[in-house]
Design a binder for this molecule. Structure first.
Ligand SMILES: [Zn+2]
Length: 103
């Protein structure tokens, strides 16, 4: 699956080993190879959280924001929390921000 961030298409993959040098790494956003990898042995909930985290990294890179790892972590946790606590937000984002509803 492709994840488009601006003009960059990232290849999204779910893998058993994200980084052979770091067995504890559960996600990765590789700017050079344009790939986002997620540890598929994690629960679906964790995979979603990891994906949000890596997506924030890709947006940070795209706009050269310069977020620190702690800021990426907290933004990821905050977005995960807000999505989990407000299931109806999915419709807001997919339909309105995505341009499916023209209201
Ligand atoms: Zn990170």
């Amino acid at each position: 699956m492709k994840i488009k961030v601006g003009h960059i298409d990232y290849e999204y993959t779910e893998v058993e080993i994200v980084n052979r040098q770091d067995p504890y790494q559960v996600g990765e956003c590789d700017y050079i190879n344009r790939a986002i990898s997620i540890d598929k042995t994690r629960s679906k909930k964790e995979q979603g959280e990891i994906f949000l985290h890596e997506l924030i990294h890709s947006i940070d890179e795209y706009f050269s924001i310069g977020l620190k790892e702690k800021q990426v972590k907290l933004l990821g946790h905050g977005l995960s929390m807000a999505f989990r606590d407000n299931p109806s937000m999915q419709k807001l984002f997919v339909d309105k921000v995505g341009g499916k509803i023209n209201e």
